[in-house]
Design a protein. Structure first.
Length: 542
């Protein structure tokens, strides 16, 4: 009987391992096909179609497949696109110093494609050195979309005890949130490298073979270095602290230890971290002049934040974001990007975790829960300048810190749903009462806050959807939660970014062609009077 039982156990474990590996390879295969198809078709999701309102004036936007350009994304289409074209048109191409972008190594520091050793840590730029500039641009956007979603799915697949449904739900929740979609060109790569680094740590700590552990170490080296070199502290700092809070969860095997011993795993982990840290140091040395100039600016160099000032209704405003658009948002919040947020539901899962008797899960998730509570307190009430400076959160404006608790909250919810059993009727009933009272209170406060600009119908619809989300979390209805998340995130935000093919609209602009024709027979410098818009088109010529 014992031998038979052991054999059955071995068969089940082998079957489970095969299923995990199959899901991973299927996800990788689908991603590879989508990525290749996108690059071949020169697909991107840039708002460069906005140039049609200026120098180009085509009757219809060339290359526009679906959606519309977003004028608010000027950092991307007005600066980023011309700078990338400028890099490709310099002599030699992709130089580390480009006066059209800024002094010294500004082009390298801001993350433009350059011929530099740091290219190893910028996989999103590899396409510029393999293909023409349009397909390189498509490679950049396929990395930001396909690979970013893949990294989120694979990370959550590991953390949710290999639940395909919950991993997909969590990836959709994060990827299609209002914050990520409206800040897409600024945050997608950073989220990719964050998720990749967390996944790599997971592989180093739990994978059963030495080769898999070594592969995880290499992945951590590249993703950790890429995260460090994507220089934007207001987003990096919240995500770095979130990564630390996830460590117990990443190290949780759920079964007896297998494979390489702790010493081997520790050496691989330290080698990757030291390598990434060394790359960060030499990158800082290479850009010391630019860093010094940036520190001397009022913004962002001398910016100081102590948190606070965020209202409760704004903290949970992600539930109402379906009623926002580029033209409709609370005016006092600045613009649609500043007004965007995540769907925040982690307090409901925290309540269910408190009701649970699972001490092991509680202590595994405790650092993440502490992180969510501390960031909420920081956002709502703030802290003193000494703590802010000592923890580096002084560099994080409250409206940027949302990336940390938004992603962390989504991870917390799906992990709790995957690991806790359904509650008893009594506990579930009490949790339902608490959640519905909280939703009603939030709706009442929202009617008397900046969210009062949202129609009463939309406010009520959002509140009902929020209540449905709470019930789905309390009673463990993942499909119902998936439907609610789709209504709040995918439906209103999937079309934020247009779908384009190629970069013809800029490359064919009259001013760009005229400057190129002139430069073909002469050498000189250009001065543009009167408009900063046309200046960027001249820069695009190199």
């Amino acid at each position: 009987m014992t031998a038979t039982s052991d054999n059955n156990s071995g068969v089940k474990m082998a079957s489970s391992s095969y299923l995990k590996l199959s899901v991973t390879w299927i996800a990788l295969s689908i991603a590879a096909l989508l990525f290749a198809a996108g690059v071949v078709g020169k697909i991107n999701f840039s708002s460069l179609g906005a140039w049609n309102a200026y120098q180009t004036k085509f009757e219809s936007v060339p290359g526009l497949l679906t959606g519309q350009a977003r004028g608010i994304r000027s950092d991307e289409w007005l600066l980023g696109v011309p700078w990338i074209l400028s890099q490709s048109n310099t002599t030699p191409p992709f130089a580390t110093e480009n006066p059209s972008v800024g002094p010294s190594t500004s082009a390298l520091f801001v993350g433009l494609p350059t011929r530099h050793w740091s290219l190893l840590f910028r996989p999103a730029h590899w396409g510029f050195f393999l293909f023409d500039v349009e397909r390189g641009f498509s490679w950049l956007w396929m990395t930001r979309t396909v690979v970013c979603f893949l990294a989120l799915f694979l990370l959550l697949y590991e953390l949710t005890s290999y639940s395909i449904l919950l991993a997909t739900l969590g990836a959709v929740w994060i990827f299609f949130s209002a914050f990520v979609q409206w800040w897409f060109s600024s945050v997608a790569e950073l989220i990719l490298y964050f998720a990749g680094a967390c996944l790599a740590v997971r592989y180093v700590l739990v994978m059963p073979t030495a080769i898999q552990v070594a592969a995880g170490s290499l992945m951590l080296f590249i993703c950790g270095g890429a995260f460090a070199l994507t220089v934007y502290p207001p987003f990096q700092i919240p995500l770095a602290y979130l990564g630390l809070a996830l460590l117990p969860l990443l190290a949780d095997r759920g079964e007896p230890s297998k494979g390489p011993n702790r010493r081997y795993r520790g050496v691989c982990l330290m080698a990757a971290l030291i390598g990434a840290g060394t790359a960060m140091y030499f990158f800082a040395v290479a850009n010391q002049d630019v860093i010094r100039m940036m520190r001397d600016t009022v913004y962002p160099g001398q910016r100081m934040s102590v948190g606070g000032g965020l209202s409760v209704s704004r903290y949970f405003s992600g539930i109402f974001s379906a009623g926002f658009s580029e033209a409709v948002f609370p005016v006092e919040w600045g613009n649609i990007c500043e007004a965007s947020s995540f769907l925040v539901l982690w307090p409901v899962s925290a309540l269910m975790l408190a009701f649970s008797s699972s001490k092991r899960l509680f202590f595994t998730l405790l650092p993440l829960l502490v992180y969510l509570l501390c960031t909420a307190a920081w956002a709502l009430w703030g802290t003193n300048s000494m703590i802010a400076f000592g923890t580096l959160w002084s560099m994080v404006p409250v409206t940027r810190g949302v990336i940390g608790w938004g992603i962390g909250g989504a991870i917390f919810v799906v992990v709790v749903m995957s690991r806790l059993p359904k509650p008893s009727r009594t506990k579930g009933a009490w949790a339902t009462v608490f959640a519905l009272i909280a939703v009603a209170t939030l709706l009442h406060e929202s009617r008397h806050s900046a969210l009062s600009m949202v129609s009463q119908f939309n406010l009520l619809s959002a509140a009902l959807t929020g209540a449905a989300c709470c019930l789905a979390i309390i009673w463990r209805w993942p499909r119902a939660l998936a439907a609610c998340v789709g209504i709040v995130t995918v439906y209103p935000h999937a079309g934020v970014n247009p779908t384009m093919s190629g970069m013809q609209i800029v490359q064919s602009a009259k001013l760009v062609r005229a400057v190129k024709r002139f430069d073909a027979g002469k050498k000189g410098c250009w001065v543009v009077f009167g408009s900063t818009i046309e200046t960027q088109l001249v820069k695009a010529t190199g």
